[in-house]
Design a protein. Structure first.
Ligand code: SF4
Length: 303
């Protein structure tokens, strides 16, 4: 219980830990729950306790140099890299490591895109920058993220708390959607995701040529119900990745469990997520993607 395999990534790297709530999506933050449960934090992740809870780990900066296999790496699954308590000097070191290891894709996700938008970088192609958009109030983060110089920008619409309405996805390359999970869910029916909201997002991604990844339904356990329910009740798998820069995602992720110590890297993991010197997709391929994958193709991407 409390362990998570995050489907859209392959490893986590936490050069900092701890955080404080930024918006309603943080209300049942799994990182806070795990940290309090395992004694890594002793105080709730409120703004008042941020000084105690946000911890820098300079000793972890060199961990990615030990990974032999190219991976997608979720940076700060247990924190927020752009939290105001993290000094610029430390951020500079984290970015230097990521820029130094182009064989990996580093996926940063923040609820503080304002700082990311003004961060000078470097922003090489292997650093993807995402912002959480969990409800209509946070749709404003899309415009902020668009100002970031990252070459791949993505949205994590998880926990998806309501229909987000009509979105302008200009400058956005990837959208992840998913419902909230956790032991609290039976007591909080108001936070359950309606698949119609996720379908609305999917349809807008298809129409605007944005890669779409449906991660999970709401539930007690995470990463359950990984298929999107269509209007007619059938299920489909949507696990697309942004490929506009020639990134070639492959399945067979070296899964890491949330809450594990960094350093137990996937040394023996199969090769995955290789960059290709591939030409840009043809017009025909782009058109095909805009129409959405066939049922067979959707199934194949899930393998
Ligand atoms: S920003 Fe992320 S890590 Fe920080 S409290 Fe919110 S959900 Fe948790």
């Amino acid at each position: 219980m409390g362990k998570t395999i995050i489907a859209w990534t392959q490893q986590t790297w936490n050069p900092t830990t701890g955080c404080s709530h930024a918006s309603d999506g943080c209300r049942f933050c799994y990182a806070e729950t795990l940290s309090l449960r395992f004694g890594r934090s002793t105080l709730p992740w409120t703004a008042a306790h941020a000084a105690e809870n946000v911890v820098l780990h300079p000793e972890r900066l060199r961990i990615p140099y030990g990974w032999r296999q190219p991976s997608r790496v979720f940076v700060n699954s247990m924190s927020d890299l752009f939290h105001e308590r993290i000094p610029d000097a430390f951020l500079t070191q984290v970015f230097a490591v990521m820029a130094d290891l182009p064989q990996h894709v580093f996926q940063i996700l923040t609820k503080r895109p304002e700082r990311a938008a003004t961060w000078a970088g470097p922003w090489p192609p292997n650093i993807w920058m995402g912002a959480t958009v969990e409800d209509r109030k946070q749709v404003r983060r899309i415009a902020v993220l668009r100002q970031c110089a990252a070459q791949t920008r993505f949205l994590s619409c998880e926990p998806l708390l309501e229909d987000l309405g009509e979105l302008d996805l200009t400058g956005i390359h990837w959208v992840i959607a998913g419902g909230e999970s956790g032991m609290h869910m039976p007591r909080h029916r108001e936070r359950w995701m309606d698949h119609a909201w996720a379908r609305h997002l999917r349809d807008q991604c298809v129409a605007q040529d944005v890669a779409y990844f449906f991660k999970q339904s709401s539930g007690v356990r995470t990463e359950m119900g990984t298929q999107l329910q269509e209007e007619d009740g059938t299920l489909s798998t949507w696990q697309q990745y942004p490929t506009h820069l020639g990134y070639v995602p492959t399945a067979g992720a070296p899964a890491r469990m949330e809450g594990m110590e960094d350093g137990a890297a996937a040394q023996d993991a199969p090769p995955t997520g290789l960059w290709a010197d591939a030409p840009k997709p043809s017009r025909a391929a782009r058109t095909k993607r805009a129409r959405g994958p066939s049922a067979q193709a959707r199934t194949q991407t899930a393998r």
